[in-house]
Design a binder for this molecule. Structure first.
Ligand SMILES: [Zn+2]
Length: 216
């Protein structure tokens, strides 16, 4: 019976994703504690300290909250996310997706803990934002990141139609805005990288010729 109840009340994916956002954002909101405690909504709720997820959820959508929608504010949040990542042995990258001044998704780099190179903070934040909105169109969102999104993340940013990207530290070799040349074969990569692969498109001109002749 209990099992059935749990199944019945299982959180939908969007809510789970939003809860993860809150778990990342909550520690960053401590400097805002004064504002949160001063919020009449919180007083009505009797929620003073510690600020819980419900209170923050209300405050993030509360017109009484001060305007936090500045690039500097969100980049500072990304820096703190990056510091969290570094503490866990990851690259110090943090990213957020913001829509209409509200944090929709936040993520830290997780390539080590998730054992995949695709766990860049920007990709994780995009995926979380997509799950929160329930569709892939992120054209009215801004992606904030501590670092210039790499070419892998840049493709995902373009795919989702992100309207604006703000980053702090450039990535001169493989940044989505800075990289030059074909990414698969360029030698303009960090020095510790392996040489580029040999690349072949099949069939080559030589291999295609006999087939063409046979058909003629
Ligand atoms: Zn990336």
């Amino acid at each position: 019976m209990l099992h059935k109840q749990r199944q019945r009340y299982a959180k939908p994916a969007a809510k789970r994703s939003y809860d993860r956002v809150l778990s990342l954002v909550l520690p960053l909101m401590q400097p805002l504690g004064q504002n949160l405690r001063a919020c009449p909504n919180n007083r009505r709720l009797g929620v003073l300290r510690p600020v819980n997820a419900l209170a923050l959820r209300r405050c993030l959508t509360c017109p009484l909250m001060p305007d936090l929608s500045t690039d500097a504010f969100f980049l500072a949040q990304c820096q703190q996310l990056g510091a969290q990542a570094a503490e866990q042995g990851e690259s110090p990258v943090g990213a957020m997706v913001v829509r209409a001044g509200r944090v929709l998704a936040a993520a830290t780099e997780a390539t080590q803990s998730m054992h995949t190179i695709t766990a860049h903070a920007e990709l994780l934040a995009l995926q979380a934002a997509r799950e929160v909105l329930g569709h892939p169109n992120l054209s009215d969102c801004t992606l904030y990141s501590t670092h210039e999104p790499c070419v892998m993340c840049a493709y995902a940013i373009r795919y989702h139609g992100i309207g604006r990207v703000v980053y702090e530290q450039g990535s001169p070799y493989l940044g989505g805005a800075s990289a030059s040349g074909p990414i698969l074969t360029t030698t303009q990569v960090p020095p510790h990288w392996a040489p580029p692969p040999t690349v072949k498109q099949w069939p080559s001109a030589d291999e295609a010729a006999p087939t063409s002749a046979g058909q003629a």
